[in-house]
Ligand binder design. Structure first.
Ligand SMILES: Cc1cc2nc3c(=O)[nH]c(=O)nc-3n(C[C@H](O)[C@H](O)[C@H](O)COP(=O)(O)OP(=O)(O)OC[C@H]3O[C@@H](n4cnc5c(N)ncnc54)[C@H](O)[C@@H]3O)c2cc1C
Ligand SMILES: NC(=O)c1ccc[n+]([C@@H]2O[C@H](COP(=O)([O-])OP(=O)(O)OC[C@H]3O[C@@H](n4cnc5c(N)ncnc54)[C@H](O)[C@@H]3O)[C@@H](O)[C@H]2O)c1
Length: 471
């Protein structure tokens, strides 16, 4: 079989793959091809970030209007909410993304890509097989899939695709997991009218965030009628007449979970217990590699991995950041150069679009102490700046900075409450730029904006941190 040739071949056309292709070839004479087996734009555009945020934003606005005298309370209208979601996923049509690729001069090869040898990928589609060879580099950008352990397989539980693509709203929904997908999905599914029960194995929600953040989300979920069972493990699961009815539709008869706290019955169960890199069936053995080699970065110089497939933080912005770096490295290597990169590792931010919103970057207090830092903390109610308290009548949540006592550098920050997702970026900038807190105090925020919360946080630090540390 003759092989088609491109300088760069990317397997997987999600946000990470698209960015890797673009950054590798833009401004160069090189060509790139993206191999995509489903929809160009990936999980993020059609079944993850975009539909979930399209569903959550009206829910958040409705919550604010209920707490903002001077405006009529807005109510969630389920049918219109689902139509909004459909608009944001372009009705599961990727022609807009195809236009972007055409404009960027990137070839899109439809089909499933499998490595069959060094720099060589076989693409299988309904039209048959073809071979593609990369002159410079192959990039794995195959994303991740929801983790579905064996005991659940036969009951056909919902995964996050069903929750973001919801068509039939179950009257009663069990959600297994207490992480980001569980908390966000509980928020929109209860707004759509489901009676939601969260079954959480651990002692708190959002285990990767500061405990006070998970606690604030727990309290609000319970206020909105979501039942949250902490410290509850699932022992077995059964369902009558499980049936593959399609994404977002109820997959058969009632489901029963036998848990450490007794039996729970519902019309559907959503499994939200993490995701795994999609590296199976990728032909890694044809180039003497294993999935472990890929997630530990033990790769030959012609092969790269970006995004969720890398096993790093499964976040779109992080995958895109990795992809920009990899793209620039490929472009530089092809030109016989070395790409410039900062010497400081970038901190990873995350925003959880719950009520209240939770946003964090860098290290938590516990992570900073475990890493051996002498830590100084500053924590204030998020309502404590005029700008935050004006945004609604009852501003809940607290916000915190984690500072290294010796260097006075910011190690991490957590914001809980209104506008948290916007407040966190200043922390990302401060950590990336290595700005010590005595300098950060001079970054003046406008009155009365939410950003003035930074002043409140910095004022609460010990007075000696207002000047540079003694030599
Ligand atoms: C419900 C939910 C909500 C989320 N919300 C957010 C959020 O708000 N913010 C955020 O930052 N992150 C969010 N995430 C995480 C985010 O979706 C992922 O981090 C992101 O999609 C990863 O991008 P990627 O390009 O690595 O992979 P993906 O987006 O998964 O794309 C991979 C692509 O590769 C294709 N592919 C896979 N294997 C092959 C193959 N062999 N051949 C050809 N094509 C293949 C797939 O079809 C897919 O199109 C959310 C995740 C979920 C589940
Ligand atoms: N707003 C956002 O940025 C956003 C939104 C949704 C998802 N995401 C990304 O998608 C990834 C996947 O989300 P997720 O919520 O599925 O994973 P997660 O890692 O955030 O949470 C998984 C939860 O499941 C629990 N768990 C793990 N195994 C279990 C088991 N066998 N039985 C019961 N409970 C178990 C964990 O203790 C945890 O509470 C996240 O890591 C996140 O980065 C991001």
């Amino acid at each position: 079989m003759d092989a088609q040739e491109h300088d760069v071949v990317v397997i997987g056309g999600g946000p990470a793959g698209e960015n890797a292709a673009q950054y590798a070839v833009e401004g160069t004479p090189m060509t790139a091809a993206i191999i995509e087996g489903e929809l160009l734009g990936g999980e993020c555009s059609y079944w993850a970030c975009m539909p979930s945020k399209a569903l959550l934003r009206p829910v958040a606005v409705s919550g604010v209007t209920a707490d903002l005298p001077g405006v009529s309370t807005a109510h969630v209208a389920p049918k219109a909410l689902l139509e909004r979601r459909d608009t944001w996923v372009s009705h599961y049509d990727d022609s807009g993304q195809q236009q972007w690729a055409d404009g960027a001069g990137i070839a899109v090869l439809r089909g499933t890509g499998v490595l069959v040898g060094e720099r060589t990928v076989r693409v299988t589609s309904a039209d048959g097989d073809r071979l593609v060879r990369a002159r410079e580099a192959v990039v794995i950008a195959t994303g991740s899939a929801a983790h579905v352990p064996e005991p659940y397989v036969d009951v056909l539980p919902w995964d996050s695709r069903d929750a973001t693509g919801v068509v039939e709203v179950p009257d009663r929904l069990l959600v297994v997991g207490g992480g980001v997908v569980a908390c966000e999905a509980a928020t929109w599914m209860s707004a759509l009218g489901s009676e939601v029960t969260l079954v959480v194995r651990g002692p708190r929600l959002l285990g990767r965030a500061e405990p006070f953040a998970g606690q604030a989300v727990l309290e609000r979920l319970r206020e909105r009628g979501v039942r949250v069972l902490l410290g509850t493990s699932v022992e077995s699961v059964r369902r009558q007449d499980a049936e593959a009815t399609g994404t977002g539709r109820i997959h058969g008869g009632p489901v029963t979970l036998t848990t450490s706290g007794g039996d729970l019955e519902a019309d559907e169960v959503l499994l939200a217990i993490g995701r795994q890199p999609r590296l199976d069936d990728l032909g890694l053995s044809s180039v003497d590699l294993s999935a472990d080699d890929v997630t530990s970065g033990r790769l030959p110089e012609w092969l790269h991995v970006v995004g969720d497939a890398s096993g790093g933080p499964p976040l779109t912005h992080w995958g895109k950041h990795q992809a920009r770096l990899v793209g620039a490295r490929i472009a530089a290597a092809a030109a016989g150069e070395v790409a410039w990169e900062p010497d400081r590792e970038a901190p990873v931010p995350q925003v959880v679009f719950t009520e209240p919103e939770v946003a964090y970057v860098g290290m938590t207090e516990a992570q900073a102490r475990d890493a051996g830092h002498d830590v100084v903390l500053t924590r204030v109610p998020t309502s404590s700046a005029a700008g935050t308290s004006l945004l609604r009548d009852h501003v809940t949540g607290e916000s915190q900075l984690v500072v290294d006592a010796r260097s006075r550098l910011l190690l991490g920050a957590t914001f809980v409450g209104v506008e948290a997702g916007e407040l966190v970026h200043a922390a990302t900038v401060a950590i990336t730029g290595g700005v010590p807190v005595h300098v950060l105090r001079h970054a003046v925020a406008s009155f009365p904006t939410a950003s003035e919360l930074w002043l409140r946080l910095l004022e609460e630090l010990p007075r000696e941190m207002r000047t540079p540390p003694p030599d």
